[in-house]
Design a binder for this molecule. Structure first.
Ligand code: R5P
Length: 310
């Protein structure tokens, strides 16, 4: 078994490599003058099972293309099988036609990965579970709920907790965490008047005097979370903590969070935000490197991955 990293999140790849006590494959990933990507693998990988680690985060198109070219290089170098390890799976939010004449980007990405030569996908908190069905190969989708539950129990030590889903689509994820920490459940009725804009219509559940834990898979512009926090505070919530797996954090998101009434935003390192969030006291990062390393080990040994969550 070998592990190899793209350039989107080298810090996470290095941590996974440390945890597995396995060196990253030596590669040469460069750009031509016009921006095209050049991939060269500097060691023999013939007959190996290779895990390629690459988040398809911003710049999504470049990082996706880099991943596809690495997979192609591995296939042409006679790797036995290729697992695309995609801690943050970009383009997942367009997973169906919500209005006529739109594309289903998650399916396009699935086709691209398949055609490039991937034989398995390993990812974390996929935006919608059904995306697994877009692939005709095994897809292992890891969950961060146990990581968040451990943090809440150890560090927050709060009573009167209520987990809040910021929209109807996130209820299953939120219920999972609520069960683990024995908290109540509330749901926000969110509407999107236009892409990238969100509005809170109603809060289903009683949050008055409670410590709210909002759970979401992605924080992008921050609009969903900042609006949810404001609505919860208006309804009498004591404190609001936010747990989000993927810190996309586009545009003014970090500023918005810093000036909102969020007590703390906890994200993971599925996307490298080390520069963006430096010196921002409200944002904390939990690492998924051990979780990913353990899953890679189990895939390689053909042992259960789901046991990690039981
Ligand atoms: C939506 O379905 C997702 O789970 C997130 O709530 C959404 O992508 C967050 O986007 P933003 O931070 O731009 O509101």
């Amino acid at each position: 078994m070998k592990i190899l990293s793209g350039t989107s999140n080298l810090n996470l790849s290095k941590d996974i490599s440390k945890s597995l006590k396995l060196k990253l494959v030596n590669t040469n990933i460069k750009r031509f003058a016009d921006g095209e990507i050049y991939i060269e693998i500097n060691e023999n990988i013939r007959g190996n099972s290779v895990f390629v680690i690459q988040s398809t985060s911003n710049p999504a198109n470049d990082n996706l293309m880099e991943l596809l070219l690495i997979i192609d290089a591995l296939k042409r170098s006679s790797a036995k099988n290729i697992t695309a390890v995609i801690p943050y799976f970009g383009y997942a939010r367009q997973d169906r036609k919500v209005v006529p004449r739109t594309s289903i980007s998650a399916k396009v990405v699935a086709n691209l990965l398949t055609n490039a030569g991937a034989s398995r996908i390993l990812t974390v908190d996929l935006h919608a579970g059904q995306i697994q069905g877009f692939f005709d190969m095994p897809v292992d989708n890891l969950f961060t709920t146990p990581l968040f539950a451990r943090y809440i129990k150890k560090k927050l030590k709060k009573k009167n907790l209520i987990c809040v889903s910021p929209d109807v689509g996130g209820v299953q994820r939120t219920r999972g965490l609520a069960t683990k920490i024995a908290a109540d459940l509330a749901i926000i009725d969110k509407r999107r008047p236009a892409p990238g804009k969100s509005r809170v219509m109603n809060i289903i559940g009683d949050v008055k005097g409670k410590t709210c834990i909002i759970v979401d898979d992605i924080i992008d512009s921050g609009g969903t979370i900042v609006n949810a926090v404001a609505a919860l505070k208006k309804s009498g919530a004591e404190d609001v903590y936010v747990f989000t797996t993927h810190g996309v954090l586009s545009g003014e998101a970090v500023k918005k969070i810093q000036s909102s009434k969020i007590k703390k935003l906890v994200i993971t390192d599925s996307i490298d935000n080390s520069k963006k969030i430096k010196n921002h006291s409200k944002i904390e990062v939990l690492s998924i490197s051990n979780l990913m390393a353990e899953a890679i080990k189990r895939i390689s040994n053909s042992t259960s991955v789901s046991d990690l969550f039981n």
